[in-house]
Write a protein that binds this ligand. Sequence first.
Ligand SMILES: [Zn+2]
Length: 153
Amino acid sequence: MKIVSNCPLCEEKGLHVIEEDGIGTQQCINCGYGTTSRFIGTKEDNETFKTLPEEMQSWSKEANDRIWIPTMFTLPFGTLYPVNVDGEMKWGFAEMVDISEEEQKNYPDERGGFYKQKYDTDNAKIYDVFLDGMVEMNETAKADNSLRTSTPE
Ligand SMILES: [Zn+2]
């Protein structure tokens, strides 16, 4: 069962609670913060929290006896992620782009080959509000689909 309730951080009704994924995910689609049962406790005593990168730790918040972490969404066509802009946390949206053949040698994969696509984080769009980034991501997904269906195979 999936429940939508009020988020303890931003107080908007955007919190999705997923009970049966085994880790008790709670994800707010308004402010972009999420938590799981691995993050029950406080920043001082939670072991999983201590394994996060320092920047993630500094952006995390405590509420409802849990630690809340800024979410990173990665989809085949783009990624939405927290990013440091002049010392402030913003949301970046980077589209998946093709890497030119000359450049591919700079992007080795783990299998001895080279990546042909990457998330274009150098040209990420920056948002103050997570939800705005989500909207952009949805629009991109739609455009991507219409492109595919209108192209003859
Ligand atoms: Zn929220």
